[in-house]
Design a protein around this ligand. Structure first.
Ligand code: IMO
Ligand code: MG
Length: 416
């Protein structure tokens, strides 16, 4: 009985929140290992929708323990507001939510700096101060939760900000924030080591997606953390041998928010149709997402980077209306065929997708829960994805609701 990682296999927003919530049933601890409140993980339970940014998505089930690891960047106000919002909705976290004393803290100047940088060179970030906080971390001038909860921290911050009036409000909040945060703080590496020793099962929740990973994504149009499965070990302080299985989550098409190359983007009515049907607007920022056909060159790369054991395909029902469905199997640059995902932006913007076309199924798959109930054309499309990637599908999501999911035999292997 092993531990499982659920990671985004595209550019984020793949539906990781629903999947983590669903599979959390089988695990004891759910841990976030990177990112911050740039994430927007939606969980729908009995028609009610909850959006989580820092709290792990598996915590809706009573008794599950949540860990926010050292690799996450934490904005104290955002965390406390989220806890309060969830408590108002009837969930309690006392004693079962833990944040790492080694996580870096997002401070006001991170947002100021990001505003300046986005004006100079647009990445289309979520403007949460994520990138500048990770910059300070790598530059060895950041502050961690362990610093934040010390009484002299306010004084240290006053020195950092001098008399900058923009910081006044935050500085006045620090003592209260510190007292509220303190009860959640722990050495998460030690907590996880003890849990592993007791035979507890861990579920790792990725934020963003592999194609936004700082090393492996479409750099420089990426986030500043290690979203792929490789980030789990450093982001939580556990040995890599404790990551047993990896589930890559991908939409049946693709989306991206912000700038950066996207070879299969549809800048036409079809793209708009997908956006409309899929409600492809940012959960946190409300920005319209760019939509396109599934890109198997990118997904193959993502499967490789993560060592994905299986895939979860989400939002299949959004394609129900399509006469035909396309999937990109390679690119062309001039008269050259490209089968590996290029590193450079210049190459990527020149890539013309080569498509394989499938007939649509033109029938309703919304909320289906049985494999036998999937239309033959949908199954053919899904089989092609499995064959092309040499990776089994473990589950298909047919609505945002927890239980509207089709399980494949590979799901049991994933849980074993
Ligand atoms: P979840 O976890 C989709 C994108 C931003 C921008 C780039 C850098 O919900 O899948 P950042 O603020 O992180 O420095 O922005 O990354 N981005 C996401 N896109 N889903 C997310 O999270 C994202 N988090 C960041 O739009 O292009
Ligand atoms: Mg999101």
């Amino acid at each position: 009985m092993g531990n499982l990682a659920v990671v985004g296999a595209q550019w984020g927003d793949e539906g990781k929140g629903k999947i983590v919530d669903l599979v959390s049933l089988h695990y004891d601890i759910v841990a976030r290992y990177q990112g911050g409140h740039n994430a927007g993980h939606t969980v729908v339970i009995e028609g009610k929708s909850y959006i989580l940014q820092l709290i792990p998505s598996g915590m809706f089930r009573g008794g599950k323990v949540g860990v926010i690891g050292n690799g996450v960047v934490i904005e104290p106000n955002a965390l406390l507001q989220e806890i309060r919002r969830m408590e108002a909705a009837g969930f309690t976290f006392d004693g079962r939510l833990h944040i790492s004393d080694r996580a870096n803290v997002i401070l006001p100047h991170h947002r100021w700096r990001e505003e300046e940088e986005e004006k100079k060179r647009k990445i289309g970030t979520t403007m949460r101060g994520i990138g500048p906080c990770y910059e300070d971390k790598a530059g060895r001038r950041g502050f961690r939760i362990a610093d934040f909860i010390r009484s002299e921290f306010e004084e240290r911050l006053r020195t950092v900000y001098g008399g900058d009036s923009r910081a006044a409000e935050f500085l006045s909040q620090v003592p209260e924030l510190r007292e509220k945060i303190r009860s959640y703080v722990c050495n998460c590496s030690a907590l996880l080591a003890e849990a592993i020793g007791q035979g507890k099962r861990l579920l790792f929740e990725g934020a963003q997606g592999t194609m936004l990973d700082i090393d492996h994504g479409t750099y420089p149009f990426v986030t500043s953390s290690s979203c792929a499965a490789g980030g789990i070990s450093t982001g939580l302080g556990i040995g890599p041998k404790h990551v047993h299985k990896v589930l890559g989550v991908s939409k049946a098409y693709l989306t991206r928010v912000g700038e950066g190359p996207l070879p299969t983007e549809l800048n036409d009515e079809l793209g708009q149709l997908i956006r409309q049907r899929g409600k492809e607007f940012g959960a946190i920022t409300g920005r319209p997402r760019r939509c396109g056909w599934l890109d198997l060159v990118a997904l193959k790369y993502s499967v490789q980077i993560n060592g994905a054991d299986a895939l979860c395909i989400t939002k299949l029902d959004i394609l129900d209306a399509m006469d035909e469905i396309r999937v990109c199997t390679e690119y062309e640059i001039g008269n050259q065929t490209v089968t590996h995902f290029p590193a450079s932006t210049e190459d990527l913007v020149r890539c013309k997708p080569v498509y394989r076309t499938f007939p649509g199924w033109k029938s309703n798959t919304f909320a289906l829960r049985k494999l036998e109930a999937l239309p033959a054309n949908a199954r053919r499309y899904l089989e092609f994805i499995e064959e092309f990637l040499q990776t089994p599908i473990a589950m298909i999501s047919t609505s945002p609701e927890r239980d509207d999911t089709v399980f494949y035999p590979a799901f049991d292997v994933l849980l074993s």
